[in-house]
Ligand binder design. Structure first.
Ligand SMILES: [Zn+2]
Ligand SMILES: [Zn+2]
Length: 367
């Protein structure tokens, strides 16, 4: 088992000078089998009573064991909605430590409850599918629309690679998509800095650049091993930490995420989050390459290479692989900016027409 002391590796707000809050709630990351981590947890000042959140699947994978070992109350997360999270928060009242064991929905419901109750949050992901593992953002549905709110990052994350390894392949691929999406989101953020004077945090930027570099290197080495899985999880954690110190999803979510939100809205969730963001990444990388003179000079992050990474990890590079129609994609390109009018991205700058959308779709190589 290894313990990463996360808190001390990050700059403070004064050291960075960016104007963002630089909250550093995440203290420790344990990398190792859950069984080895548990004896340690008792000495970390996590206050009882404990509440463990899981779904039916993650209950069997790890939830039951954690519940029994800690003598905790257990809560079944039923739906990816704020109303379900509200019910759970009411039922879990009195708990001082909330432990989330699962993928995106369970982690977000547990994170939300911890925030509501002012309790500590421990994040135990069972799939490396998204960057919400340690981020302060909760993203759930409300009346059919996906909504993101700012809460608090976990105090502790426990990464058991043995559990993550057995996650469905689709969810692992989704994790790759959510990290590679930052190739676009970082450029959208820079567009906001330059054109509408948004604050910019070099510490968050570095966290994201480092994770992109590590992940693309690992993809090009083409080895499927625990090492590459660890690189993926650590990249997701760094992206989450970038959101923690800025107190915003800004560094990690640009136009490519807006396209994914649009698809969520129109379809309900069909593909895992990171796979939808990956589709958005190809489209918006193509758009930046057409219109933004400050797009990456570095070949490593150009559309051609992004398509290569996608091929290697099994992310879609053609529309046929996605089950989405060209029409839907084009509407997404034209309308997605309106989902979040105040988050400046390349879509907000140019407000593409249907004709532009057609060109973007072609240039992306998707269809
Ligand atoms: Zn994401
Ligand atoms: Zn900063």
């Amino acid at each position: 088992m290894r313990v990463l002391e996360f808190k001390h590796s990050l700059k403070s707000g004064e050291e960075c000078g960016c104007g963002y809050p630089h909250e550093k709630l995440l203290e420790l990351i344990f990398l190792g089998p859950l069984d080895e981590v548990f004896p340690e947890l008792r000495n970390l000042g996590l206050e009882p009573p404990y509440a463990v959140f899981y779904d039916e699947l993650t209950y069997r994978v790890a939830g039951r064991k954690i519940k029994e070992q800690l003598g905790a109350r257990g809560f079944l997360v039923k739906a990816p909605t704020f109303s379900n999270a509200e019910e759970l928060a009411a039922e879990a009242r009195g708990a001082r430590t909330i432990i989330g064991v699962g993928g995106g929905t369970v982690i977000d419901a547990a994170k939300y409850t911890a925030y509501k109750l002012g309790a500590s949050f421990v994040s135990i992901p069972t799939a490396p599918s998204h960057d919400g593992i340690v981020s302060p953002i909760v993203s759930l549905f409300e009346e059919g629309r996906r909504k993101s709110i700012l809460t608090k990052s976990p105090k502790i994350a426990i990464i058991d690679l043995g559990i993550l390894k057995s996650a469905p392949r689709k969810l692992i691929i989704s994790g790759y998509g959510d990290v590679l999406a930052k190739i676009v989101s970082l450029k959208d953020w820079q567009l906001g800095r330059r054109e509408v004077g948004e604050p910019y945090c070099p510490t968050a930027e570095k966290l994201i650049l480092d994770s992109l570099e590590a992940l693309t290197n690992s993809i090009m080495e083409l080895k499927e091993s625990e090492g590459s899985l660890e690189t993926l999880v650590r990249s997701l954690i760094s992206c989450g930490a970038a959101m923690m110190i800025t107190g915003s999803s800004r560094p990690a979510s640009g136009s490519e995420h807006l396209l994914s939100h649009y698809l969520d809205m129109k379809l309900g969730r069909r593909n895992p989050h990171g796979i939808q963001c990956a589709i958005g990444t190809l489209l918006m990388a193509a758009y930046h390459e057409l219109k933004n003179p400050d797009w990456w000079m570095n070949e490593r992050y150009q559309l051609k290479m992004i398509r290569e990474y996608f091929r290697r990890v099994g992310l879609p590079t053609r529309l046929e692989e996605t089950g989405l129609s060209a029409d839907l994609i084009m509407y997404a390109i034209v309308e997605a900016w309106s989902i979040r009018p105040n988050r400046y991205t390349i879509l907000h700058k140019f407000r593409p027409s249907m004709e532009d959308a057609k060109l973007i779709l072609e240039a992306s190589g998707l269809g």
